[in-house]
Design a protein around this ligand. Structure first.
Ligand code: NAI
Ligand code: MN
Ligand code: ZN
Length: 336
């Protein structure tokens, strides 16, 4: 089979590899479509602290179950499935309270173990979620990025009267806009980005207001409006202190970033307004709800897709994704 392998940082290869066999409790998936995420690019360039090499990348993928390991019902062969990349131990403290995404032995498919930019991939059977016919093959890999927005929303508990501010209109910001508008019916969603093209995408994805903060600070543009809910999907370390300053008393702030750089803020900026700060990593069992949202048409994954390329052009696809944020959002890779 053909697989996209990062041999070592900087070295992307399309290799011929032997077909893997599913072990006990696992399924093999004949991958049909996958999508590129920033973390794939980071693993390629050696900027992901969790990655081990060589690695088949890709954690957003969809396909058909074509083999089952022992203990897995062979009737599952042929199922159309999206794969949850979060593999957990099931018995540590976070697992025991339903938060396998921060399992003390967390393994992410496509990061810690081989992933879905490949003609075939292996996953635990429990991570393979059957999709209804209403979700087309070409969009099915986008369940995973929406689970990020679903997970942080579960902490933030959006309500229609919230005034939401989202930093960043990349794939993460856009999924967050769609979830706040389409699922939680938040009346006012304001988005900030530095690229006009991305602000245009924010409007197309449902933002009520899209503000360019490259030259004029947000505080000036908000005219005293105090957001009650803020999501940082741009993830620069300078954003948290600004978010705390802008937030309404009792506001909730959600952080998604993994920067290792310090960010400076005072206790007073949080405590004086009794702000709540939430962080969110990957997803904890959010596939079923996102699949339902897609089936019901509450979110529109097609709005994120700007390009589709074959597996043979993976390096061009990843380069386009990385270098061209003005024209590029989600890139779908077709495997066969
Ligand atoms: P992206 O790089 O495509 O989008 C970020 C956007 O933020 C860009 O459009 C950029 O112009 C904008 N931006 C940068 N600085 C800004 C600022 N100061 N104010 C306003 N906008 C600003 O990245 P993507 O894929 O949307 O991911 C966003 C972040 O989310 C990344 O840092 C990534 O590591 C993180 N992430 C976190 C996950 C989690 O589970 N916690 C999962 C996936 C991504
Ligand atoms: Mn992703
Ligand atoms: Zn665990």
């Amino acid at each position: 089979m053909k697989s996209v392998v990062i041999e070592c940082p900087g070295e992307l290869q399309l290799q011929d590899r032997p077909l893997p066999e599913p072990a006990a409790g696992e399924v093999r998936v004949k991958v049909k479509y996958a999508s590129i995420c920033g973390s794939d690019v980071h693993i390629w360039h050696g900027h992901n602290p969790f990655a081990r090499y060589p690695r088949v990348i890709g954690h957003e993928f969809f396909g058909l179950i074509d083999a089952t390991g022992s203990g897995v019902d062979s009737a599952r062969i042929g199922e159309r499935v999206a794969i949850d990349p979060v593999v957990s131990c099931g018995h540590c403290y976070p697992c025991s309270i339903g938060r396998p995404n921060v399992c003390s032995e967390l393994q992410v498919i496509g990061v810690h173990r081989d992933g879905g930019f490949s003609e075939y991939a292996i996953a635990p059977a429990a991570n393979a979620y059957v999709l209804p016919e209403a979700i087309p093959d070409t969009l099915a890999s986008l369940v995973e990025p929406f689970t990020i927005a679903a997970n942080i929303s579960a902490f933030l508990k959006p309500v229609p009267d919230d005034v939401a501010l989202i930093y960043g209109a990349g794939p993460m910001g856009l999924t967050a806009i769609q979830v706040l508008k389409g699922v939680y019916k938040v009346k006012t969603v304001i988005v900030a980005d530095r690229l006009e093209e991305r602000l245009t995408m924010a409007r197309e994805n449902g933002a009520d207001q899209a503000l360019n903060n490259s030259t004029t600070p947000l505080a000036e543009q908000l005219n005293g409006v105090q957001p009650t809910l803020i999501i940082d999907a741009a993830c620069h370390p300078s954003i948290l202190s600004e978010a705390a300053a802008l937030a309404s008393p009792t506001g909730r702030i959600g952080l998604l970033g993994f920067s290792g750089e310090p960010c400076t803020l005072t206790q007073q900026s949080l405590t004086s307004k009794e702000l709540s700060l939430f962080t969110s990593r990957l997803n904890s069992h959010r596939f079923p709800e996102v699949i339902t949202w897609m089936e019901q048409g509450l979110i529109q994954p097609e709005k994120l897709v700007t390009h589709t390329l074959p597996l043979s052009q993976i390096e061009q696809a990843m380069t386009l994704f990385e270098k061209d944020p003005r024209s590029c959002c989600k890139v779908i890779i077709s495997m066969h």
